[in-house]
Design a protein around this ligand. Structure first.
Ligand SMILES: [Zn+2]
Length: 309
């Protein structure tokens, strides 16, 4: 009798686990024909982080599929793969990572397959390696992911800085371009030539406060470069895809110009980092979400960079 009860408990537990695994479903929007995006929530990587804070998605061609960013965990990766399989049985030929940040790459392992190639900036493997331990710690702390399940899959196809490569998904060409240090030192964009859609990765934030983890001058320069593109729609790394992409890039750039100028002034006037953190770019506070969390980090990054100029 006791044994039976125990089996019953085990059965209940397994059913419960399956229910959790099976119930995970991503909201996906087809933003342009054949281009599907899941929009993450605006959370910081802190208490409440659930591995689902950036935009991830896929592009379906006539012969194959490309994934753009895989989410912050294996669970998100699995849910993304399931959403692809709800729409097509075509092979997933490419998994593209727009850059190294943990919310964009930890679903990669779900897509490992002999027919799937991983694409990224030529600096991406090194950047992954450098952040490996910190990311394992964060994934363990917030997602309860055991270290052996924080799996990095680096690219096997590299895009060199200032270069572009075209990939064909079958009657659908995508152009992947790599940039000098900006949001990070390993940013790429993906342009779908068929619909004029640009996946900007974190070279564009919409709604949420932008992040500099590379080079503040680089960000401003890259945005000028992207503003000259002939495209219809931009999918940012965070926030809502937009056809008003010029305005969005300009707002993004404007924040960094204010940040750069006010940090420069602070340094020139011998204002210390701590005081700068409390005062710089406050005119932007109401324009962005998570501003009080992210703006101090950006000031810290910019101050350290600009101090040496
Ligand atoms: Zn990022």
């Amino acid at each position: 009798m006791k044994k039976k009860f125990l089996y019953y408990l085990v059965f209940l537990f397994i059913s419960f686990q399956n229910a959790i695994a099976g119930s995970f479903h991503l909201d996906i929007v087809e933003v342009a024909p054949g281009i599907f995006v899941h929009q993450g929530e605006h959370h910081d990587v802190d208490e409440g982080y659930q591995g689902d804070i950036c935009n991830i998605g896929f592009i379906i061609g006539k012969d194959s599929v490309a994934v753009v960013d895989s989410g912050g965990s294996l669970e998100i990766g699995k849910a993304l793969k399931a959403s692809i399989r709800e729409r097509t049985s075509l092979p997933i030929k490419y998994v593209i990572n727009t850059h190294v940040h943990l919310d964009h790459i930890y679903g990669n392992a779900v897509f490992v397959n002999k027919n799937t190639k991983f694409i990224g900036h030529s600096e991406l493997p090194k950047a992954m390696q450098l952040r490996k331990e910190i990311y394992e710690r964060l994934n363990l702390e917030y997602l309860n992911t055991p270290i052996e399940k924080s799996i990095q899959i680096p690219p096997s196809i590299f895009i060199k800085v200032n270069e572009s490569q075209i990939f064909d998904l079958g009657e659908r060409k995508i152009k992947i371009s790599a940039y000098p240090s900006a949001h990070t030192n390993n940013d790429i964009t993906i342009e779908d030539l068929k619909t004029g859609t640009l996946w900007a990765g974190d070279l564009l934030f919409v709604e949420r406060t932008p992040v500099v983890d590379g080079d503040i001058h680089g960000i401003i320069k890259v945005i000028d470069q992207l503003l000259s593109l002939k495209i219809n729609l931009v999918i940012p790394g965070h926030g809502t895809p937009t056809i008003k992409w010029r305005e969005a890039f300009k707002k993004h750039k404007n924040y960094f110009i204010i940040l750069r100028d006010e940090v420069r002034n602070a340094i020139a006037e011998d204002i210390g980092l701590q005081e700068a953190i409390e005062t710089v770019a406050q005119s932007e506070a109401k324009k962005w979400e998570l501003f009080d969390v992210q703006n101090p980090r950006n000031i810290n990054q910019a101050y350290t960079q600009l101090e040496w100029e």
